[in-house]
Design a protein around this ligand. Structure first.
Ligand code: COA
Length: 641
């Protein structure tokens, strides 16, 4: 009782402090709680009255069942989550004080011993040298891509076309400069060349206190035209928006399809048209989408803002048309200026393809911020409960990030540098020890941890399966720390074959538990992402909400060092020709790097080991936002008229 009183007083105190700093308007609905929480409590009470358990408000039937549930549309967290027939990946509503209570409990969790023993020093140093080298390469690549299409293209964009560079635009749009950029290395070394950031920046940042996904074309990269990798990047950003119910903002400055690659962009299901299809589906899911026309938007580039629920167009900078003046001239012999063909006045006064006229870029982003404030979204309440930092330096993670699988050190050394207060409530500590499972906090968020600590044995897999089900039962997000072993040699005896099939059965059990678990999941590849064990550890095909790699990570079906030992039965070309084998080995080596993976969007980006805690905390906060949304019963997309 005393604790409850203290919690209430604490919320009052926090709220009073926040209000006095002018960050939250005083609530009229409830003297103690921000209005969103008030609604959440109200909803929870209603559920209890109707005998419903802590079912997510997202999937509750307000009226007729949504056609989305039966469609073959994108994996909607509302109805089919990350796979067919899935429950929603959502958390039950929770009060602030429950988080505070859980943090109090965390202080009683046992301490992890993160000291690095002298016997590990040699491996630690080797890992450290490797981490420094890959991080240097990572910084160079980031620096190269941050310049978009290069200095000349930026000059043309800013001086001749009088537009702001895409990163300047984001500064005006977002509350502050820090945001979670997704897949910044996408487009590196494609078969069709380097396409900096795939020609389109995507990420998650706060606008008016609300976490939003943004997709912003970079017109310095071939006029913002869309490459195959650009389509993939936009689709992934939309998937994240759907999975986490995040408002989406499109900054459109695009010449449409990159025509020489049209066959890889246009006809298939997950090609360009899917972006427009998703816009309608997202709108029907009540995920608002707004757009700014901040450049010449041609063909495919014109559909994005036109399909958005609200669009702003900038005078003398934004144009929208299916074919530009040169094509009109070629077809009709008539010259028409871009402004007359599809400028801001035309689209806000005549066609209705845009809703707001802005006379400058600055005005356009201010307008978008105003639009967002009309969405009836409340910002995530500021939960000011304190948390402890880990007892060990995150910089030491560089020496714990394995150079290769053989340089793996006990994973608890890594956990001790990531968990609040280095505290961890381990589950089945002495059983299946090649997988570490248990509970801890990251910046105050309670999480379940599943971390490789060796090969995924039979017992380890059963333990993983059990633990994942516990987290699902308790609605606790799961963090997978993946460092899977390269596939081992084929069995050479009956008993080995028996052991293999038993292990396979246990891994299948864990795979099913992971696939069907409806709680949010984040996967961090801290070392190897090899073979089928990577599926069990919630690899990309198991749809974690987010998946990041450390720069030392290796992603491949098998380890290139094992290549020559693989049986080559019947493949005389390979076995006979040593230089070809060498070539294949080199190819496998290159294709296994974290940068190769990130360039192809097999993940959501490379993150530095020492930033892992911050990124995880940010993702947890982003995923939590949906708990505080009010979902209206409206089930149809907003259709532009
Ligand atoms: N496909 C392939 N390349 C394209 C392209 C397209 N759709 N649109 C533009 N580019 C290339 C240009 O050839 C140029 O390449 P370069 O730098 O190697 O010379 C580069 O992108 C920049 O184009 P540029 O016209 O110099 O820049 P801009 O800023 O003045 O204009 C556009 C950009 C996009 C408005 C203009 O190029 C345009 O209208 N393109 C045609 C768009 C189109 O018809 N799309 C139909 C898609 S179905």
């Amino acid at each position: 009782m005393m604790f409850l009183l203290l919690s209430v007083l604490r919320v009052m105190w926090n709220r009073a402090t926040v209000c006095s700093r002018g960050r939250l308007a005083p609530s009229t609905s409830c003297p103690l709680l921000p209005s969103t929480l008030h609604r959440v409590f109200h909803r929870e009470r209603q559920d209890l009255c109707h005998g419903r358990g802590p079912v997510s408000p997202l999937c509750r039937g307000h009226g007729p069942v949504s056609p989305l549930c039966h469609s073959e549309g994108p994996a909607s967290p509302l109805c089919h989550g990350q796979g067919p027939g899935r429950a929603p990946a959502a958390l039950p509503c929770r009060s602030l004080s429950s988080r505070a209570k859980s943090q109090q409990a965390a202080k009683r969790y046992p301490l992890l011993d993160g000291r690095i023993r002298s016997v590990f020093r040699h491996v630690f140093e080797e890992n450290l040298r490797n981490s420094e080298a890959v991080i240097k390469r990572y910084s160079e690549l980031l620096e190269m891509f941050s310049k978009g299409g290069g200095e000349n293209a930026i000059l043309r964009h800013t001086q001749r076309n009088k537009k702001l560079f895409v990163r300047e635009r984001l500064k005006l749009l977002l509350d502050d400069e820090s945001f979670l950029e997704l897949s910044p290395l996408a487009g590196l070394n494609m078969p069709y060349g380097d396409i900096p950031a795939a020609g389109c920046l995507t990420g998650i940042g706060k606008i008016c206190g609300v976490w939003c996904v943004f997709m912003a074309n970079d017109a310095t990269v071939k006029g913002g035209t869309i490459y195959p990798i650009g389509v993939k990047k936009q689709l992934r950003a939309q998937e994240i928006a759907m999975q986490n119910r995040l408002l989406s903002v499109y900054l459109v400055d695009s010449g449409g399809a990159f025509l020489p690659l049209q066959s890889e962009l246009f006809p298939d299901k997950l090609h360009g048209g899917r972006v427009f299809y998703n816009e309608a589906i997202m709108s029907a899911m009540r995920i608002p989408q707004v757009a700014v026309v901040c450049g010449s938007c041609v063909a495919g580039g014109a559909y994005v803002p036109t399909m958005a629920e609200e669009a702003v167009i900038i005078d003398k900078i934004g144009t929208l048309f299916l074919a530009g003046p040169p094509l009109v001239k070629a077809a009709t012999g008539e010259y028409v200026s871009p402004e007359d063909l599809g400028g801001a006045k035309l689209h806000t006064e005549v066609s209705g393809c845009s809703d707001h006229f802005a006379s400058s870029e600055k005005e356009a982003y201010e307008c978008i911020r105003n639009v967002i404030s009309t969405l009836n979204y409340d910002p995530l309440p500021e939960d000011i409960t304190e948390h402890d930092n880990p007892l060990y330096s995150p910089d030491e993670l560089l020496g714990l990030a394995p150079r290769d699988y053989r340089c793996t050190l006990p994973v608890k050394l890594i956990l001790s540098r990531l968990m609040d207060g280095s505290r961890f409530q381990e589950f089945k500590a002495n059983y299946g020890t090649t997988l570490v499972t248990g509970f801890g906090h990251v910046e105050g968020h309670l999480v379940g941890i599943v971390a490789n600590n060796g090969e995924l044995s039979h017992d380890a897999s059963l333990k993983g399966s059990h633990f994942v089900q516990l987290c699902s039962q308790r609605s606790i997000p799961i963090l997978f720390f993946q460092n899977t072993a390269p596939p081992i040699a084929e069995p050479t005896s009956i008993s080995q074959a028996e052991a293999h099939s038993n292990r396979l059965k246990a891994q299948a059990s864990m795979m099913a538990a992971v696939a069907c678990s409806a709680v949010p999941k984040i996967t961090i590849v801290i070392g190897g992402c090899y073979g089928s064990e990577s599926y069990v550890m919630c690899g990309r095909s198991f749809s974690p909400n987010f998946l990041f790699l450390w720069p030392n990570a290796r992603v491949a079906l098998m380890d290139s060092r094992h290549f020559s030992t693989v049986p080559q039965a019947g493949d005389s070309d390979c076995t006979g020709d040593e230089s070809e084998l060498k070539h294949l080995k080199k190819k496998l080596e290159e294709e296994s790097s974290a940068f190769y993976s990130s360039a192809r969007l097999w993940d959501d980006g490379v993150i530095l080991p020492q930033n892992t805690r911050k990124v995880i905390a940010q993702c947890l906060e982003i995923m939590e936002q949906q708990k505080y949304q009010v979902i209206s019963p409206w089930q149809y997309p907003v259709i532009r008229v």
